[in-house]
Design a protein around this ligand. Structure first.
Ligand SMILES: NC(=O)c1ccc[n+]([C@@H]2O[C@H](COP(=O)([O-])OP(=O)(O)OC[C@H]3O[C@@H](n4cnc5c(N)ncnc54)[C@H](OP(=O)(O)O)[C@@H]3O)[C@@H](O)[C@H]2O)c1
Ligand SMILES: [Zn+2]
Length: 387
């Protein structure tokens, strides 16, 4: 029987799925997936499981049940060529005798940025760059934002009615979205470094902001913006998870002292009642928080839009109309239609009776794709020569 050859694009797609298993665990590192295969069969899989731990390529090579001599390695991101918490992966690859390396995208980190490809080629490894590059770039957009701007990647999530309302005129908001939508939200929480809300949401809803509806061993940080120190101390966020609470306010108060005593992280930003979200972003990056899901309410969301910080939206729309004035996005808003934030890569999904629209406002993919194209040169055709 004729042997069926592997399709590198299929294998790379699976690598991207493996990479996502690391989402939420890799801190300031990107998620990466890798596979070791011969021409017809996948032999082992690996992903970057946790910050400081072995990289995806190393996990895939080390778990291969046979000698890796002469085999192929597929990896979503260019193997690293520098020493960080672990030695350079390119050295490991060369030592392992891997013959061909298929790479999704080139690493935008200036410490790598093509040097990994160069090292491998200089050591006689055949390198093929740019496989499923769109997918491989899209799974690391948060990392790209961190590398290029040193800011967290902000996703705005809301559950709203068809007329854009997130609560009734009396403040009732449980539940606008279906159980299926809320379950998906818990998955989104599980892959976020932190969930952020304004103080009114804490006062009105007493949320836990943890992961309950899906299985996960992660508990994201919970960020509360409370410039004037209005948050009551009997909230679940304080009573059940003070060690995961990041409380952001303008000045020291009896609340900041009490929260510190309970183990919360307190950030005082100064100011006269408004919190500078760019300064907050710097503080979060210092804490290795790169992925933040803004869960409302509308006032808080509006401030992030006004500051131009929102990268992506996930809007769950319930098929109902409530009227009133509690909108999902407040703030000053834009002055004219032309300035409105336009969504790219729009997707829609149904969750029971709800419709979820997701889309990106920023673009951190193109720069990686351009770099990948630049490094690809002749390697893509398999001649193994430099450009
Ligand atoms: N359906 C949903 O998905 C959903 C999600 C969350 C909340 N909700 C509902 O939304 C309602 C609450 O929304 P909301 O818009 O009234 O309040 P909110 O956004 O929860 O909190 C707003 C408050 O947070 C503080 N704040 C936030 N960002 C700030 C910044 N950059 N600088 C300074 N202060 C900042 C301000 O406190 P000060 O006023 O003290 O200055 C502001 O008034 C509740 O009824 C809740 O049930 C619904
Ligand atoms: Zn590496």
């Amino acid at each position: 029987m004729e042997e069926k050859l592997l399709n590198p694009l299929d294998v790379m797609q699976e690598c991207a799925q493996l990479a996502l298993l690391g989402k939420g665990y890799t801190k300031t590192n990107p998620v990466v997936g890798a596979i070791v295969a011969n021409q017809s069969e996948i032999l082992s899989r690996g992903w970057h499981m946790a910050y400081g731990g072995p990289h995806a390529e190393v996990n895939a090579i080390d778990s291969c049940p046979v000698s890796t001599e002469g085999l192929d390695l597929y990896v979503t991101l260019e193997p690293c060529s520098h020493s960080g918490k672990t030695p350079p992966c390119v050295e490991k690859i060369v030592k392992s005798g891997i013959r061909r390396v298929f790479i999704g995208v080139v690493d935008p980190n200036p410490l790598v940025a093509g040097k990994g490809v160069e090292y491998l080629k200089n050591h006689g490894v055949e390198v093929y760059v740019g496989y499923m590059e769109d997918l491989c770039a899209s799974i690391i957009e948060d990392f790209v934002k961190f590398i290029t701007e040193k800011k967290p990647y902000y996703t705005f999530k809301t559950a709203q009615t068809l007329d854009g309302k997130i609560a009734s005129s009396t403040g009732d908001s449980k539940w606008i979205s279906s159980e299926a939508s809320r379950t998906y939200t818990h998955y989104m929480r599980a892959v976020s470094d932190a969930i952020l809300v304004g103080v009114n949401t804490v006062i009105a809803d007493d949320p836990e902001l943890n992961v309950r509806m899906v299985k996960s061993d992660r508990d994201p940080f919970k960020i509360v913006l409370d410039p004037k120190g209005r948050m009551p101390l009997d909230r679940k966020l304080v009573e059940n998870s003070a060690d995961k609470l990041i409380y952001v306010t303008c000045a020291e108060s009896r609340i900041t002292e009490a929260l510190r005593n309970k183990g919360a992280d307190v950030i005082t930003l100064g100011g006269d009642g408004s919190l500078d979200l760019n300064v907050l972003s710097d503080e979060l990056v210092e804490r290795s928080i790169l992925n933040v899901m803004i869960e409302g309410g509308g006032t808080t969301a509006g401030k992030f839009f006004d500051a131009g910080l929102v990268d992506k939206v996930n809007i769950f729309i319930a098929m109902m109309i409530m009227g009133g004035s509690v909108s999902s996005v407040g703030g000053n808003g834009v002055e004219n239609v032309a300035q409105a934030y336009k969504l790219k890569e729009v997707q829609s999904k149904h969750f029971e009776g709800d419709l979820m629209i997701s889309g990106k406002i920023t673009d951190y993919k193109t720069s990686v794709l351009d770099l990948t194209e630049k490094v690809r040169g002749c390697c893509a055709c398999g001649c193994g020569k430099d450009k």
